[in-house]
Ligand binder design. Structure first.
Ligand SMILES: [Zn+2]
Ligand SMILES: [Zn+2]
Length: 201
């Protein structure tokens, strides 16, 4: 039981590195057996109106479509959930991870360490003390040994693990997902569930 949600996906609308046609996202997610999906473009959060328009064109009653964004800090990438569009847009670029986490916390959001052990794109030893809500331990962008190391960090820090697709192509959507054990109806519910650890992989 629980809600299967892919927390980390990109589309070509705002991520130049992605090939995914936004219109294909929801049908692919439904086909993959997901209950929900979060679009997390690089440095850009889809607005409620954009999400509503995409969902309307998809004809997928009950499907949960949300948005957060992915922030590249001076040392590691951070997935951010639950900020208002205004607060998301006002977050300065090129900040160190601790400052990003402090900003997000101040404005009521939750952070996940994205592919923390990815070669050349990971965090340094500071990840052991940064107050993340969760650590991504599985994605299409993590090699098996990088997944194992991320899992060890999760175990050592007691920061719970999540699995996400980090899909940049439509066929990757839902390749990995995280199961939530409480109702998630909107981004506030998701933020609360992340901060309270109500999920498992
Ligand atoms: Zn990308
Ligand atoms: Zn990503």
């Amino acid at each position: 039981m629980g809600l299967r949600i892919d927390l980390h996906t990109h589309t070509r609308r705002y991520s130049s590195c992605s090939r995914t046609d936004p219109e294909a996202v929801v049908p692919a997610a439904v086909k993959a057996g997901l209950d929900g999906l979060v679009i997390t473009e690089h440095f850009r959060q889809w607005t409620q109106d954009e999400l509503a328009a995409l969902l309307q064109s998809a004809d997928a009653p009950g499907f949960l479509l949300l948005s957060g964004f992915e922030y590249t800090s001076t040392c590691g990438d951070i997935l951010i959930y639950g900020l208002s569009d205004e607060n998301a847009a006002q977050l300065e670029r090129d900040l160190p991870p601790a400052e990003v986490l402090a900003y997000v916390r101040r404005h009521g959001g939750a952070c996940i360490a994205a592919h923390p052990t990815r070669e050349g794109m990971g965090f340094d030893e500071r990840i052991l003390t940064l107050p993340f809500a969760a650590i991504e331990v599985c994605s299409t962008r993590l090699q098996p040994h990088e997944r194992a190391l991320a899992m060890k960090i999760s175990e050592a820090t007691k920061v719970p693990p999540v699995a996400c697709s980090d899909a940049h192509a439509v066929e990757e959507i839902g390749r990995f997902a995280t199961t939530f054990t409480v109702p998630v109806r909107n981004i506030s519910d998701l933020r609360d569930a992340l901060l309270r650890g109500r999920f498992h992989i």
